[in-house]
Design a protein around this ligand. Structure first.
Ligand code: NAP
Length: 521
């Protein structure tokens, strides 16, 4: 596919209005052709109007039509996977084979959501039939279903250039809900973004849907993102990225005359607690596994285990030794963008200033944007006095946190902010302590893992990828998994409707054969 660099607004090819950029190959620090267009407020307005015009049609497509559309997107992604993975590898420095897997995962997500749409449970249909003879007053017929919230904006993530980007879970779940979508593509991978956007747009055309079902825009500074959040026709926003960026957009949306939900997925250190019996039995194995996961994607993963907490005692030196070995063997690899590389270096400086001590470093960087791996250590009391030590450093660094006893372990657990995940390594003899730690973690995280690592992420019905602030801006929802569709739905009640006017799913004879609750049963 020849990349044009245009903004893809509905079916339109929109050239630059606010300048252009080229992609950067972070492995060579060289720019790659072609020029990619930046747009501004006018292009956001064009995309939002198209998304609004398309909404009534698209949100009323049958479940079968919508599911077929999602499957077309999956097939179109399959068809471009080799060139998508190759381009994404050039733009991110991540291995091409890994990106082929990411493309397959993205296509699978669309297929999974097609299945969710066909089954119709997400509509959460509820019927409370009329009770004309009820005393002291009759009850009218009430019927509830979930409908799409309106046109939505998705900010693509930088770190997973396919499965959290233009063809990622946010877009799949929003389209499954019946929402029309405008993606703000991340400038870290513009070519990969264009390939994905064209695959989605082709499916819109093949399905005969209005062009405004999907658009992709790009900008050179914050103005395009601000225009998207401010636009009165946009009714919800999703974001994956920094706490600073996510909260700026969240606050902006709350200042609108009509505030809208902004679902941000921001920051997490995914604390990993090794309880004493597990430390004694498997210290080296856990230390090695932890460090291996910490290094995946050059540490640029939301589920990177960044802090390991263990009580000093039997097994501690074996744990520490295994971590040292794995980290010291790690080659320096290119990070995603110059900004992320610079943030990594300054994050390491901040950890050192806050009192963390260097334990070991990986191979020295031999090119500009390579991230050198690092293991640091600190004791529990220091973390209790210096909250900055428990903040995320995005990149291949981890902190080994030594606590003196169970009481200090619990105090440290209480000091963490909200997390996407927390992990406990335990043996039978640790269950009593685990029962004390669990309530502390439940209040602070969206997912608790036992005797494994939180990464990689499943995409399933029981998946939660979210958590209390600052892991996300709304701990009631997930950004990954089948229930992520709920971010784009709202309930509506139809009261006293004639059967013929009701949405099909709510009609008396249940023509779609969907699961429905009747009078709460
Ligand atoms: P980012 O700087 O927060 O940017 C994410 C997206 O939001 C980009 O498209 C960016 O546009 C836009 N944006 C950010 N702030 C904005 C604002 N105030 N107004 C309008 N638009 C705004 O995140 P990033 O580029 O992915 O990486 C930077 C840092 O994010 C990393 O160092 C890491 O700390 C964090 N991160 C965390 C996760 C996670 O899952 N925990 C994932 C990825 C990144 P521009 O690029 O045009 O500014």
């Amino acid at each position: 596919m020849k990349l044009t660099g245009n903004l893809l607004i509905g079916a339109k090819e929109v050239p630059a209005s606010e300048g252009t950029m080229k992609a950067l190959n972070p492995a060579t620090n060289q720019l790659i052709e072609p020029d990619f267009a930046f747009g501004g407020g006018a292009q956001v307005d064009m995309a939002a109007n198209l998304a609004d015009e398309a909404f009534d049609h698209y949100s009323h497509t049958s479940l079968a039509e919508r599911a077929a559309f999602l499957e077309r997107i999956a097939a179109n992604l399959d068809a471009v996977t080799p060139e998508l993975a190759a381009r994404a590898a050039l733009e991110t420095g991540l291995p091409e084979a890994q990106l082929q897997g990411e493309a397959a995962k993205a296509a699978t997500q669309f297929r999974q959501f097609a299945d969710v749409v066909r089954k119709g449970r997400f509509l959460q249909l509820a019927i409370d039939p009329a009770q004309p003879d009820r005393q002291p007053r009759p009850r009218m017929d009430h019927r509830l279903q979930k409908i799409a919230i309106g046109p939505v904006t998705v900010f693509g993530a930088s770190n997973f250039p396919i499965s959290y980007s233009v063809a990622g879970g946010d877009v799949a779940s929003a389209l499954a809900a019946g929402a029309t979508v405008i993606v703000k593509a991340h400038n870290a991978h513009p070519g990969a973004s264009e390939i994905q956007a064209r695959a989605i747009r082709k499916a819109v055309q093949e399905s005969g849907f209005p062009e405004g079902v999907f658009s992709m825009v790009r900008g050179g500074d914050n103005t395009i993102g601000e225009a998207l959040v401010d636009h009165p026709l946009i009714k919800a926003v999703t974001f994956t990225g920094s706490e600073q960026g996510g909260m700026a957009l969240y606050r902006r949306a709350q200042r609108r005359p009509d505030p809208i939900p902004v679902f941000t997925e921001m920051t997490s250190v995914n604390p990993t607690f090794i309880l004493p019996q597990a430390l004694a039995a498997r210290g080296a194995q856990i230390g090695d596994g932890f460090a291996e996961r910490m290094l995946v994607n050059v540490g640029q993963a939301c589920l990177k285990p960044a802090i390991l907490i263990a009580i000093e005692g039997t097994g501690f030196e074996a744990l520490r030794g295994a971590m040292i070995k794995r980290v010291s063997d790690a080659p320096a690899r290119p990070m995603l963008t110059p900004g992320i590389h610079a943030a990594y270096l300054s994050g390491l400086d901040q950890l050192h200033s806050a009192g963390a001590k260097a334990v070991v470093e990986g191979s020295v960087a031999t090119a500009d944007l390579q991230g050198q791996s690092a293991l640091l250590e600190v004791d529990g009391q220091r973390v209790l006095n210096e909250p900055a030590l428990a903040h995320e450093v995005f990149g291949p660094a981890a902190l080994l946190l030594k606590v003196k006893d169970e009481a200090e372990l619990l105090a440290v657990a209480r000091a963490f902010r909200g997390q996407l995940s927390a992990t406990l390594h335990l043996e039978d003899g640790d269950l009593e302590l685990a029962r004390h730690v669990l309530p502390v973690l439940e209040r602070r995280t969206g997912r608790i893992v036992v005797n494994a690592f939180a990464h990689p992420q499943e995409v399933s019905f029981a998946t939660i990828h979210g958590g209390p602030f600052p892991a996300s801006s709304d701990s009631r929802f997930t950004s990954v998994g089948m229930t992520s569709i709920e971010r784009f739905l709202r309930p509506i009640t139809y009261q006293g409707f004639p059967d013929a006017l009701l949405p099909e799913a709510l009609r008396d004879l249940n023509p779609l054969g969907l699961p429905r609750s009747v009078d709460g049963q």
